[in-house]
Design a protein around this ligand. Sequence first.
Ligand code: PAF
Length: 285
Amino acid sequence: MQVIETLDHMRAARSALRRPIGFVPTMGYLHDGHVSLIHRAHAECASVVVSIFVNPTQFLPGEDYERYPRDTPRDLALCEKAAVSVVFAPTPAEVYPPDFASYVEVTGLQDRWEGAIRPGHFRGVATVVAKLFRIVQAERAYFGEKDYQQLQIVRRMALDLCLDTDVISCPTIREPDGLAMSSRNVYLSADDRQRAVALFRALSAAQSQLLGGETSGSSLSSTMKDLLVKAGLDVDYAAVVHPSSLEPLERIGREARALLAARLGPVRLIDNAPLRPATWSETQK
Ligand code: PAF
């Protein structure tokens, strides 16, 4: 496994890799969710590149950029074990030289939900992912559904900017009690870790209510919000939206997506799930 820190070395390395290349962009502190993306990339590609880069431009002032969990030796050992061909781990100065001045915005999609609460966050995500796509030039890139809005934004951007990398979405990997895996789960106290399962319960409750015949988006949103509040979480949003435009849905006809964001003390958690009416079938996908 090669560990590469500069753009020039990455460009040189990519031309020696067997194609197709599968790319897994990460901010490190890898968990089973990331490992599942690497495995999927292996199943579909001849070489796998993982990037590890805590991207400063997607953190707002006062957010956790400085204390974001980092453990590069452990990450590299995990990548080695997962037979990754190249780990690209640039420094911030390599990605953002002092005269850096160009940013990518995905208008509309970037402005609601997470974007409304963390203005500028998706501009940072889209910019770094566009750069990484250009540097790695993989045929496919693998993203978890856990960051559902990010996934839609990256997909739109890759199409709009003809980046020639297919964006592949992969299911959220959960702890046995249903909590979605996230590098930030380490911030949860033991008590809050118990409470955090309320997000998964709220998503499951909305799906059950839909199967019971309730198709009103606002009723399902209220169900989820009430459950979160009862469990002691401060809710940022509990929404039922169209799966690709992310516009709120008043009535669920075909598939919808439930999006949640809530705070437990200083820790913000997000989660989401598809909402499928009883009449939904795989062929409608
Ligand atoms: O999901 C993440 O880990 C990050 O937002 C990403 C896509 C690696 C961009 O920094």
